[in-house]
Write a protein that binds this ligand. Structure first.
Ligand code: ADP
Ligand code: MG
Length: 272
């Protein structure tokens, strides 16, 4: 079967308006005015990515609804980052159908701040707007980093650096926020604070979120839906309806936790 070309990814940092229009047109909702039919924020069909003849993504299908919080788990090397990079428009070598309605922005496990630019300058990097300084200040405010706006990145703690990375993603007003294990290098307490922050930012800005994590409990406490990536496809998808904030001991989550661990191939020694 001939792979189709992935052509409609909007590159991060592009003008959101044009990108949104493009996505809407591709999704078939443009034109008539009034209430447009709902377009998925991410629409992926038959997405494949080969490295050295090996399919890391193999005809993968995925939809993410506007404002939906999706967690993606999978064994190391299963292709999670590859999928995220494709959704971010950073991988021209993927094949298949891939549409992002609006703008995607990414935060990676390493905050990737430029050490020779102050925090606020990192946040407004690449922004094209009249007052990028004010936009950066507002975003830093929101992530609780106002006091560190003029600091050099190397003087930040791990948690502060991730806050800065979140602010840098937020200023793009993404319709799709892609988070690649952003909390995995943080200590447990900082991680809990960051979970709260992400939920607050999500509630306020209402982007769709795709959070890659290797932590099943992180997925269970944050997401509307948890996906397991395996064999180059979405091998399992489980919905969570429990209201937030969630108690990780909620018995309603126990079955899904067991199922996810089974999907990951993790043997359970203790149950209940
Ligand atoms: P995950 O994020 O799930 O740990 P990745 O998406 O980073 O996995 O990688 C999936 C597989 O693709 C791995 O086997 C990895 O070695 C391979 N891979 C990823 N990027 C490249 C690359 N640029 N060149 C060659 N192989 C790659
Ligand atoms: Mg990865």
């Amino acid at each position: 079967m001939a792979p189709r070309t992935a052509g409609s990814v909007t590159a991060p940092g592009r003008g959101g308006e044009a990108a949104a229009r493009r996505g809407a047109a591709i999704g078939g909702s443009g034109g008539s005015g009034g209430s447009a039919p709902r377009v998925n924020t991410a629409h992926v069909r038959g997405l494949s990515r080969y490295f050295g003849g090996q399919a890391v993504l193999d005809q993968l299908d995925l939809d993410i609804a506007p404002g939906e919080f999706v967690a993606l788990i999978g064994r190391s090397g299963s292709g999670k980052s590859t999928l995220l990079r494709a959704l971010a428009g950073l991988d021209p070598a993927v094949t298949g159908e891939l549409q992002v309605d609006g703008t995607a922005a990414v935060a990676f496990q390493e905050p990737r701040l430029l050490p020779w630019r102050r925090v606020s300058d990192n946040v407004r990097l690449g922004l094209r707007a009249d007052d990028t300084r004010a936009i950066a200040r507002a975003a830093l405010d929101e992530v609780g980093l106002t006091a560190r706006a003029d600091a050099w990145p190397l003087t930040l703690s791990g948690g502060e650096a991730q806050r800065a990375a979140l602010a840098r993603a937020l200023v793009r007003e993404p319709s799709l926020l892609l988070l690649d294990e952003p909390f995995s290098a943080l200590d447990a307490l900082t991680r809990i604070t960051m979970h709260r922050l992400v939920l607050r930012l999500w509630a306020h800005h209402q982007p769709a979120v795709l959070l890659v994590t290797h932590d099943v409990d992180e997925a269970l406490s944050l997401a509307d839906r948890v996906l397991v990536l395996g064999g180059g496809r979405i091998a399992y998808s489980g919905r969570i309806d429990a209201p937030r904030p969630r108690d990780r001991d909620d018995p309603g989550l126990a079955d899904l936790r067991t199922r996810l661990l089974t999907e990951l191939g993790v043997a359970l020694e203790v149950n209940g």
